[in-house]
Design a protein around this ligand. Sequence first.
Ligand code: MF3
Ligand code: CO
Length: 248
Amino acid sequence: MIFVKSEEEIALMRESNAIVRDCLKFVGERIGAGMTTKDVDALVENFIRASGAEPSCLGYCGYPASACVSVNETVVHGIPSAEQVLREGDIVSVDLCAYKNGFHGDGARTFRIGKVSEEKEKLIRVTEECFFKAIEGLKADTPLYDIGYRVQQHAEANGFSVIRAYTGHGIGREMHEDPAVPNVGHRGTGVRLKAGTVICIEPMIAAGTFRVKVLPDGWTAVTLDGRPAAHYENTVVIREDGVEILTL
Ligand code: MF3
Ligand code: CO
């Protein structure tokens, strides 16, 4: 069932999501060549705990870390490792969730390590643009799959493909609530969103194939062709006249 949050609940979600927003900024200012993905996870865990929140990902379905740190061809759910060193030219998607006062916040960014290839630059830019295309005109009464339609149009117009195996989602007292929010779809279809519903819109876009496989660790999702992917996620409240973005 798709929840509609009260203004009191939304105020609490604003707080959890502000921690996510600030943590992503904090990581973006520090991430760099020579760090391990485990170092990135430590930054995230320390920041979230220092903010009086808990990292929602840690222990979620057995997930062993506070952040998902996904390098290059890893699309999502990269498990941080002390063996994986970031190098100039890598792109790194950092996805994190914070739980405070009974509510979760969720957001992701893809960061550049030093100078990256033109293709990776464009991939990051287009993935971010996909989010902003998705929220263009989004408001109460918009059909849910308009979101995926807009993401898909923009990604494919730029020669990229949309990951289908993972979706955005509702969020609140649980990290994943209804509805699933696919990044592909047909305009004018799906339930009509209501004011007060809170969802995560998270385009995951690949330079090559949208097909992925999960590594034997049970989490790490990589593109089948080994080409890079990017991820950009914000938590948004559907309003009568638009959206309120909680993680920007
Ligand atoms: N933050 C992710 C999302 O956008 C979920 C991470 S899965 C976990 O939905 F296991 F790491 F928590
Ligand atoms: Co999410």
